[in-house]
Design a binder for this molecule. Sequence first.
Ligand SMILES: Cc1cc2nc3c(=O)[nH]c(=O)nc-3n(C[C@H](O)[C@H](O)[C@H](O)COP(=O)(O)OP(=O)(O)OC[C@H]3O[C@@H](n4cnc5c(N)ncnc54)[C@H](O)[C@@H]3O)c2cc1C
Length: 254
Amino acid sequence: MAGTSYDVIVVGAGNAGLTAALAARQQDTRVLLLDKCPKAVRGGNTRFSGGGFRFTYSSLDDMRPMLPDLTDEEAARMDVGTYSTADFVDDVMQVTEYAADKKLTNILVDQSYATVRWLTDMKVKWILSTSTHAIKMGQKLKFPSGRVISVNDGGLGLVEMLFPTAENKGIEILYEAKANGLIVDKKGKVAGVRVWDAFPILCPGEKCDASVDGHPLFYDGDHISGYANRLLLPYFEKVIESVSATPVPNAAAQ
Ligand SMILES: Cc1cc2nc3c(=O)[nH]c(=O)nc-3n(C[C@H](O)[C@H](O)[C@H](O)COP(=O)(O)OP(=O)(O)OC[C@H]3O[C@@H](n4cnc5c(N)ncnc54)[C@H](O)[C@@H]3O)c2cc1C
């Protein structure tokens, strides 16, 4: 990808990166999303999360756009209470023991409902968190305030809904691409992201196939062969030499 230029490069394709990339793409920018992981396990920690979402609301009606199949009969049996801005801020502050940044918390809380609506536009599907959070009280199904809906299929569902949306909207996604530094121009402005790519070393100047000169480059789908490792060894030696030549800060104090 050397020489290719983008308006926005997002590093990391979990929920934060995917949504940042989608928001940037909405501004008609050319966007590249990088992740160090292989495609098969894409989605970072988000992939393993429960998919519960908090946002402010004043009644069940606010959730109707996220739950288009909810019938009036089902709705009549539910008690979701309300979840105000003050409730959400209090919860963030309690859970962080008042360490959360107030300004960022206010942005998070103020934008929470609009964000869930926006995610719905990004093709995220929602379900009621009935099995995980609701309690039956008489004829009513009572939900704790703020914990009413989750992404269908949890975090795995979230990433597997956002990746296709990103692809369909023309975001370029590069897997197994670990960003290891920023490229800064002479004026000190960030001009790019440095990504280590083994392929030009393994197959200089040509398309990388599974073998070079009859030697297999891969041991299996996830690991390169001993032969490929030996090809990369001089590169690793250079990196190790440069690291050992770098002075350790406060070495005398250690
Ligand atoms: C078991 C579990 C359950 C959870 N349940 C919930 C829940 O129900 N609701 C909720 O709101 N939160 C939940 N969370 C928390 C939630 O998962 C995280 O807050 C959220 O996933 C963070 O998203 P992220 O995009 O910042 O990070 P991640 O999803 O971790 O994404 C970071 C990505 O960056 C990539 N990356 C890192 N360094 C580089 C690099 N140098 N170059 C390229 N790529 C890089 C990683 O490979 C990864 O894909 C849960 C967490 C866990 C572990």
